[in-house]
Design a protein around this ligand. Sequence first.
Ligand code: ATP
Length: 259
Amino acid sequence: MCVARLVPGQSDWVEGTEMQALALEGVRKVYGKGDGAVAALDGVTVGVRRGSFTAVMGPSGSGKSTFLHCAAGLDRPTAGRVLLGDTDLASLGETALTRLRRDRIGFVFQAYNLLPSLTVGQNITLPSRLAGVRPDAGWVREVVGRVGIADRLGHRPAQLSGGQQQRVAIARALVGKPEVVLADEPTGALDSRTGKQVLSLLRELVDTLGQTVLMVTHDPVAASYAHRVVFLADGKHAGSLEQPTPAAVAERMTHLGEW
Ligand SMILES: Nc1ncnc2c1ncn2[C@@H]1O[C@H](COP(=O)(O)OP(=O)(O)OP(=O)(O)O)[C@@H](O)[C@H]1O
């Protein structure tokens, strides 16, 4: 078994990969070359415990998107490594990485990315069908019930509100039973009341199903739904906050720079 070498004593350190869904170890990502080179991530070490809800926050340009892209295997680190469970993403070629994203990671984006010509039910099961897997009907029923869209399965996305569309996207992410759900500003396009309902749903999925969720956000209220907030500043890990409140997150952000 491969044990991530995170730093003992830090709250981001988790004993062994059986406890850890995802780990970034000393990840550095440099874009460009020579004088124009930018270190978007500069030696970031973060472990994500299984069954936890983690938010990543930081000022604009602090490296949040790069963090998420490296975690998802969409970007390859310049140095350091990313582990999904026991799998070192650097050991995989492009085809295997694509398969890993499809089979082991669920994605939720700000723009729901639903296919307009398909029904809700078809959108939810599309990734499984593309993977050549027959979706488990019992699990699909459970997921659509939990996210609250059981009565909308025959609708097209355009017939749903923004909040309902994001629930569909969350259901789509869950159907494949991913090891981790990566969410990029999942409430960025929603009004605050609907956004809070979606965040409560994400938290509930973590608390009741043991789903692991990692979410990038600009919003201290959104971050407060997580168990833990990891802060980035200038591409570096700038501390964490357990059991965050919106006020405590906002206070920390104020010290990190413009956001
Ligand atoms: N493809 C790229 N080429 C060159 N520089 C990049 C690239 N992607 C990101 N960067 C730079 O890396 C740094 C971190 O960018 P990143 O998008 O990860 O930050 P962020 O925290 O997500 O920002 P925001 O909150 O504004 O979306 C920035 O200085 C950015 O300009």
